[in-house]
Design a protein around this ligand. Structure first.
Ligand SMILES: NC(=O)c1ccc[n+]([C@@H]2O[C@H](COP(=O)([O-])OP(=O)(O)OC[C@H]3O[C@@H](n4cnc5c(N)ncnc54)[C@H](O)[C@@H]3O)[C@@H](O)[C@H]2O)c1
Length: 331
């Protein structure tokens, strides 16, 4: 199957390399000419275990290619993945500039049916925005071409990205189109042999699923830090408490390491964006807002540096003192 991926960052590169490795023909497009030149020279701009080898092998077979030529990208794949960045805007909302730029590019160059796959983490309603931008571009070209936009959020975590992509617990696809379902089945078929991991749902549900997942994990981290602060004041040992609650399979050991709160490239911006979405629909989500406030507090300068004699609460550990377990809490 021919697949184009816009954005050769963390998610785009892992997606491209993995899909090429299972036999698809993949063309990765990026606006960063330097990055593409380095990739074409065999250099991998990020460190992710196993990625360099995967890219090398699949470039050698010709199944994985890199270009800055967006028109070539649009002409290439039936599936057009959007895997560009969605950083936090000043007001906390997700900045969709890059996503909508790609939509415009697709509308400007497409000449036949295309399936646009939103893999970037984007707020509910973005698939409709992408569709509107493509329609507007087609309108400017006085063309009426069929296309579908679906949502396929990514759940990989940096450091275990290839394993997560290839053997993740689920593949979420938001669409109401049978044509898209069938194309996505073909795309992810090789990952689906052991059991059916594809979860088809409505587009808006798929978009919300990604934010709900990250907000849930961030909540677990903020929660254990709250307990750590309490433990310190109550003379309890949060490590013992962590073991005590983690042994309950309904709670589990993941994401309950007390420490400096959540970090990484996604949790902070995704929690903010979900809080912003909630405000926008007139439902200030109190739990999400509390998680965000807790995180902000944990980022403040340590209290003991300001007031001699005062101890830093357990939930406000020095960021340099992150334990090994904490690394896995970043996503
Ligand atoms: N990094 C993660 O661990 C992770 C995990 C799951 C989901 N996500 C989500 O995936 C998306 C991408 O994240 P990332 O970490 O890969 O971002 P990134 O910043 O590493 O890469 C984004 C790439 O997109 C390129 N780009 C920007 N505009 C473009 C355009 N118009 N056409 C082509 N390329 C363009 C940039 O040059 C850059 O190389 C984000 O929405 C992020 O929230 C990230």
């Amino acid at each position: 199957m021919r697949i184009t991926i816009f954005g050769s960052g963390y998610v785009g590169l892992v997606t491209g390399a993995c899909l090429a490795d299972v036999g698809h023909d993949v063309l990765c497009v990026d606006v960063d000419a330097d990055k593409i030149a380095r990739l074409n020279d065999g250099e991998v701009p990020i460190y992710e275990p196993g990625l360099e080898g995967l890219i090398r092998q699949n470039r050698a077979t010709g199944r994985l290619r890199f270009t800055t030529d967006a028109a070539e990208g649009v002409a290439f794949g039936l599936l057009q993945f959007i895997a560009v960045g969605t950083p936090a805007d000043e007001d906390g909302s997700a900045d969709l500039r890059h996503v909508l730029e790609v939509a415009e590019t697709i509308g400007r160059h497409m000449t036949q049916y295309r399936i646009i796959v939103d893999k970037s983490t984007v707020p509910v309603g973005t698939a409709s925005k992408v569709a509107r931008v493509i329609s507007a571009e087609l309108g400017r070209r006085r063309l009426q071409l069929p296309f579908d936009v679906c949502s396929n959020p990514e759940f990989l975590k940096e450091g275990a990205a290839i394993e997560d992509f290839s053997r993740g617990s689920r593949i979420v696809v938001g669409t109401d189109s049978e044509r898209v379902r069938s194309a996505m089945r073909e795309c992810y078929g090789p990952y689906n042999r052991n059991r059916d991991k594809l979860m088809f749902m409505g587009v808006r549900s798929a978009e919300l699923t990604k934010y709900a997942a990250n907000a849930m994990l961030a909540t677990k981290i903020s929660f254990i830090n709250e307990i750590a602060n309490l433990a310190e004041r109550l003379g309890a040992d949060v490590e013992e408490v962590r073991h005590g609650i983690g042994s309950d399979p309904r709670i589990g050991y993941h994401f309950i390491y007390p420490g400096c709160g959540y970090g990484g490239s996604c949790f902070p911006k995704d929690v903010k964006a979900l809080a912003h979405t909630a405000e926008q629909v007139g439902h200030p989500a109190e739990m999400i807002a509390a998680v965000e406030a807790h995180q902000r507090a944990s980022e403040e300068p340590p209290v003991r540096d300001a007031v001699p004699g005062l101890q830093r609460p357990a939930g406000r550990q020095d960021h340099r003192a992150v334990g090994p377990g904490l690394q896995a809490q970043h996503r």
